[in-house]
Design a protein around this ligand. Structure first.
Ligand code: NAP
Length: 359
């Protein structure tokens, strides 16, 4: 793989698939004035096709809808009518399963948020701060499936913060097992998501298919690329998933048993000194601080800390000894920014830097 610092000489035209939903809107917001990418096409469901974006999108973000997309006409997701080198997918999983291969077949690189292809052995499941070398799977994917394009995925929004926080501990101490309990924001269910009457003043201790993803995806991302596949990291995870009435920001209480001993200062030092691999630094979406470790007894909190590093920094707090495991902590990550659209854009920037995106 070539890894020189070639930046695009002009902005790369991109499409957003499923542009009217919670994640689609984040893409539109984060891609406005992006130095490398320019949104030129939007797709949606049947109800939106043929309408101007501003007419059909119920905009839910606190910043105004960007002027440059307001009058774009929403096109069908399938069959493929657009021909951009890059598409960001914010499609529901069942739609992504059918649509994303069609885009890859037509030569488009798809950076997907959907879970449809995360478990495929030839599809990278990516966090640039953690496993930029997993894009080596791309050539096998293109060869085996005979696709000129390809699919790269980002993880479930809960696994994002967990995996980033654990990466320095996995590298320095190894991991034996862990126990995690999530408190996930309502925006994680998309728009309109969970009915307000089920959510207000309540906690729902069930999110469809979530615990299985939480127990598997971290092992793929911390796994090693060998012989054109990823050897899963060898540890067990027990996960509980809860939906809580918080707008944005997934919080996780995590207890971990390590393979090798380390003092609490060693653990703290490993996390605070962690930097992304060189190739993933200094990209437009790279967080200045990968992990922020807070020392106050009552932080992180979604209300106060979710926008740390423009929503791209993983915030950890309450690091302390655990009487059953070794250490416990609380992790906070922005679910629609770092855990979805922002993460997917960061993946695409990495692909540009690795010369994997046609320009
Ligand atoms: N929300 C998060 O925090 C988060 C985090 C990580 C990953 N994800 C994943 O990202 C994807 C999008 O999630 P979301 O939260 O944005 O969901 P969402 O708010 O429900 O948005 C889904 C989008 O897909 C469109 N769509 C629905 N059915 C379609 C069809 N048959 N054909 C074409 N387009 C269709 C929707 O159009 P309409 O507006 O017309 O319904 C909307 O634009 C999902 O796969 C989700 O699992 C979400």
């Amino acid at each position: 793989m070539k890894t020189h610092n070639a930046l695009p000489s002009k902005r790369i035209p991109v499409a957003v698939l499923g542009a009217t939903g919670a994640v689609g809107q984040r893409f539109i917001q984060l891609l406005d004035n992006h130095p490398w990418f320019e949104v030129v096409a939007l797709t949606g469901s049947d109800r939106a096709i043929g309408q101007k974006y501003y007419e059909t999108c119920h905009w839910i973000l606190p910043t105004p809808m960007p002027e440059r997309v307001r009058n774009l006409i929403v096109t069908p997701t399938m069959p493929v009518e657009i021909n951009t080198p890059l598409a960001f997918s914010a499609l529901p999983t069942n739609v992504a399963r059918e649509a994303e291969p069609l885009y890859a077949q037509s030569g488009t690189v798809v950076c997907s948020n959907a879970s449809a292809y995360r478990q495929e052995p030839d599809v990278p499941l990516m966090l640039p701060e953690v496993n930029p070398d997993h894009t080596k799977l791309v050539s096998k994917q293109q060869k085996d499936r005979n696709w000129p394009g390809f699919i790269v995925t980002n993880p479930n929004c809960t696994n994002t913060g967990i995996t980033i926080a654990l990466k320095p501990l996995y590298d320095q101490f190894g991991i034996k097992r862990m126990f995690i309990v999530s408190m996930q924001a309502v925006s994680g269910a998309g728009y309109p998501g969970v009915p307000s009457i089920d959510m207000l003043g309540n906690v729902v201790p069930f999110i469809q298919d979530e615990e299985a993803k939480m127990e598997w995806e971290t092992r793929k991302m911390l796994g090693a690329y060998q012989d054109e596949q990823i050897a899963l990291a060898e540890f067990n995870i027990s996960a509980h998933a809860n939906r809580v009435p918080v707008p944005e920001g997934h919080m996780v209480c995590l207890s971990v048993e390590l393979q090798r001993e380390g003092s609490i200062d060693d653990i703290a030092q490993a996390m605070t000194s962690y930097s992304a691999p060189v190739i993933s630094r200094d990209l437009p979406s790279s967080p200045e601080m990968v992990i922020q470790l807070r020392s106050e007894p009552d932080r992180p909190q979604p209300k106060m800390d979710v926008m740390t590093g423009n929503g791209m920094t993983t915030v950890v707090g309450r690091l302390r000894k655990d009487p059953v495991f070794d250490y416990k902590m609380v992790i906070l990550s922005h679910n629609t920014i770092r855990g979805a659209a922002g993460g997917s854009i960061y993946n695409a920037e990495l692909l540009v830097k690795q010369n994997l995106l046609p320009q």
